[in-house]
Design a protein around this ligand. Structure first.
Ligand code: ATP
Ligand code: PRP
Ligand code: NIO
Ligand code: MG
Length: 553
């Protein structure tokens, strides 16, 4: 990071703000200017009373430590902040409520002023959503009249905190599962309320999940929807006699099987003969078979069965195979099974063996590759354990631990004043990691990989607080990280908001280019965030200037 030169403003290049299309309001209609802490309004009043409310302030939004014991974070939630600020306006009712909450001595003029705030004099600069980011680096810089920007603190931190945390959690699950696995987010029922559920689905997709079970998120964001069925469906059946409509038309429409139940029973007998020699199963649970047949009749081209209601290898898997083979006769390819309890490594390997045997014995090409989905309280640790043991799972359905961010409930984003009326400000702390980095800054990412045009300048990079930690760097490529996402009425180009799909792609690319030692789960190498030599000198000058000198008696 380096302190930003003072001269700014004017049209850079391209379009002006006025010509860009209107931005929709926040996804959650509860995100209004009142979704803030009371003290933002009390401070706004006190700024106004002191005649300071229009002082030009610069705030940085950043976090101090990466979550989940890792060394990286994915930045998310920016679009919602932009939507919020683009539509910021207190209604008459909201102002009346604020008036009730503040002291009766507050002057009327303040409430007129509140009603006029529309963030047209606020500017927001930010790193692209979906970027990999690190502690202390400003994710967003918010410039504007101090009272107005103060009102944005709580909603902005709220919108970024969970979004970035859960996106990072999803990215970490993706990293452990590996690229080739299908990751399904199943967390809605366990999420922290409706907003937690909708947000989890959106941001887990951003962080690398492939699909969600959450229909509302599918509709709102176009996220692929996926799902299986539950134990209730299986246990609701009592036996094959329940199935009255037994016919199934073949996939190409040329034939009709009048009694699909009997076809399935025939296949089950053949499987029994095959398996009895190996002692795998005798009688399977017939009510489970009825459930599977019914599901296959409802979705012949999407048949997927939950096989652990009674006994995975003695009932669920053979019943599934009987239905799948009957479907195969009719030209359909069964999708697969889901395991939701027991030793998922062992059971997935046993099921895979069974599928391979079926393929060999009955010459059904590709049956051995039938998909296996696993679920049940999965998290990074269990995925890692399954990898170490060896497993045959193709797809993981993950809920509770993912969406609740069980391993760490908050990211700890902060919003700190770094400059007012062109005067740099600092917040001191006994804890050095909590000292804020003053000044309106620019952030760069320096790339050392070969193959890029040489920038060639030798830069001294310094740890912001530790004098002895420094290094010269000759970057091969330099990326300016902050772009303008909300110019207010300033005549500056506003970055277009990318689609969820584009943000997800950006996130995947960023993660792919991370050094593996920064990514590993155990004792990852910290990514070094530095300040320029000039900023280092300035931080320490200001620190000494602001810290009172103690007196020893
Ligand atoms: N091979 C494995 N290695 C490590 N953890 C596993 C393995 N297989 C499953 N797990 C995890 O172990 C836990 C098992 O949960 P639990 O003790 O509730 O058993 P269960 O199989 O769900 O039992 P139940 O039949 O009562 O539902 C889950 O968190 C699951 O993800
Ligand atoms: O385990 P999670 O990661 O939260 O994933 C979602 C879970 O939700 C469903 O069952 P539910 O937990 O409602 O019931 P169950 O535990 O009895 O299967 C599903 O079968 C998964 O196990
Ligand atoms: O579709 C599923 O299998 C599913 C959906 C939500 C929660 N558990 C499982
Ligand atoms: Mg469960």
């Amino acid at each position: 990071m380096e302190a930003k030169p003072k001269i700014n403003g004017g049209v850079k290049d391209g379009k002006q703000n006025r010509s860009t299309p209107a931005i929709n309001g926040p996804t959650n209609p509860m995100v209004t200017p009142l979704l803030t802490d009371l003290y933002q309004f009390t401070m706004a009043y006190a700024y106004w009373k002191a005649g300071k409310h229009n002082d030009r302030a610069v705030f940085d939004l950043y976090f101090r430590r990466n979550p989940f014991g890792g060394e990286y974070t994915v930045f998310a939630g920016l679009e919602e902040c932009v939507r919020f600020i683009a539509n910021f306006k207190l209604s008459k009712e909201e102002i009346a409520f604020v008036r009730e909450c503040l002291s009766p001595t507050c002057e009327d003029g303040f409430f007129d002023y509140l009603g006029g705030i529309d963030c047209s004099d606020v500017e927001v600069y930010a790193i692209a959503e979906g970027s990999v980011v690190f502690p202390k680096v400003p994710l967003m810089r918010i410039e504007g009249p101090v009272a107005a920007v103060q009102l944005l603190e709580t909603p902005f931190v709220n919108l970024i905190n969970y979004a970035s945390l859960v996106t990072t959690n999803a990215a970490r699950h993706r990293f452990v599962a590996g690229k080739s696995k299908l990751l399904l987010e199943f967390g809605l029922r366990r999420a922290q309320g409706p907003d937690g559920g909708i947000g989890a689905s959106r941001y887990c997709y951003m962080g690398g999940f492939d699909a969600t079970s959450n229909c509302a998120a599918g509709k709102l964001f176009g996220i692929p929807l996926r799902g299986t069925h539950s134990h209730a469906f299986v246990s609701s059946f009592t036996g094959p006699d329940e199935i009255t409509k037994k016919s199934l038309k073949s996939q190409d429409g040329s034939r009709v099987c009048k009694d699909f139940v009997s076809l399935t029973q025939t296949w089950l007998s053949k499987l029994k003969r095959l398996s009895l020699s190996e002692g795998v199963f005798g009688e399977t649970n017939q009510s489970e078979l009825a459930a599977f047949v019914s599901y296959a009749l409802a979705f012949p081209d999407k048949f997927l069965a939950l096989v652990d209601t009674y006994d995975v290898m003695r009932s669920g898997v053979p019943n599934f195979c009987a239905v799948a083979l009957a479907l195969n006769d009719m030209g359909y390819k069964a999708k697969g099974i889901r395991l939701d309890s027991g030793d998922l490594a062992y059971l997935s390997c046993e099921a895979r063996k069974f599928f391979h045997n079926v393929e060999k014995e009955f010459q059904v090409l590709g049956f051995g590759k039938t998909s296996i989905t696993a679920s049940n309280d999965l998290n990074e640790e269990t995925l890692d354990a399954l990898n170490k043991q060896g497993h045959e799972v193709d797809s993981f359905g993950i809920g509770t631990y993912l969406v609740t961010c069980f391993a760490q409930p908050a990211l700890g984003c902060v919003f700190k004043l770094v400059e007012i009326n062109d005067q740099p400000r600092i917040k001191l702390s006994e804890d050095v990691s909590k000292v804020s980095i003053p000044c309106k800054k620019r952030s760069f990412r320096l790339y050392g990989k070969e193959g890029y045009a040489l920038v060639g300048q030798r830069i001294l990079c310094r740890h912001p607080f530790n004098e002895s930690k420094r290094a010269y760097v000759v970057p091969q490529r330099v990326e300016d990280l902050m772009k303008c996402y909300w110019p207010g009425s300033a005549e500056k180009k506003r970055e277009e908001l990318p689609t969820l799909e584009q943000i997800r792609d950006h996130c995947m690319k960023q993660l792919e280019h991370m050094r593996t030692d920064h990514m590993r789960r155990l004792n990852p190498t910290p990514y070094k965030v530095s300040v320029s030599a000039k900023l280092y000198e300035f931080i320490h000058f200001l620190w000494l200037n602001e810290a009172p000198v103690g007196e020893l008696q």
